[in-house]
Ligand binder design. Structure first.
Ligand SMILES: [Zn+2]
Length: 164
């Protein structure tokens, strides 16, 4: 049996950030387990648990990793052990396991970079929309179609970020 106390000592928010959850200033994040525009995923750092008001997902770090990567309890403990170098298991990882972990990490990192890039683009679009919307109000509805077009593009990009 794995001693899970070291896992439960990890800061859940930092650990979830490592696994790609992006918390906003208000403490909420977009739930990785369901598609949503309004962030309703949060953590309770005293109890070291996460929960989602949107879909009801919740639990500790082990259940997060199980759900996120489709692992058994033991596999999830192993993954966390390796990801945070807790030294819980004495068994050396096979080459294939090491490679899988490295690959997953690479994918997570590139996803994070891609998301950040997309977000920057969306922010620019929103900024542009705001400016054009102002002009549109001053000039009747002459620029409404342009605003609609930007709305469409913003929605499209947002949904792409959320579904992946
Ligand atoms: Zn959710």
């Amino acid at each position: 049996m794995i001693d899970t106390s070291k896992i439960h000592d990890l800061d859940i928010r930092e650990a979830l950030e490592f696994y790609g959850v992006e918390f906003k200033h208000n403490g909420f994040a977009r739930c990785p387990f369901h598609s949503e525009k309004t962030a309703s995923f949060n953590t309770d750092e005293k109890k070291n648990l996460y929960f989602c008001f949107g879909c009801g997902a919740g639990g500790d770090l082990i259940s997060f990793v199980r759900q996120m990567y489709g692992l058994t309890f033991a596999q999830a403990c192993n993954k966390i052990d390796n990801d945070f170098m807790l030294g819980l298991t004495s068994r050396k990882l096979t080459y294939a396991e090491q490679k899988q972990i490295a690959d997953e990490r690479k994918i997570t990192e590139s996803m994070r970079a891609w998301r950040a890039e997309e977000k920057a683009k969306i922010d620019k679009l929103i900024d542009r929309r705001r400016k054009i919307f102002k002009i549109s109000i001053q000039n009747g509805d002459r620029y409404q179609s342009l605003v609609d077009k930007l709305d469409y593009e913003i929605d499209l990009r947002l949904s792409r970020i959320e579904t992946i």
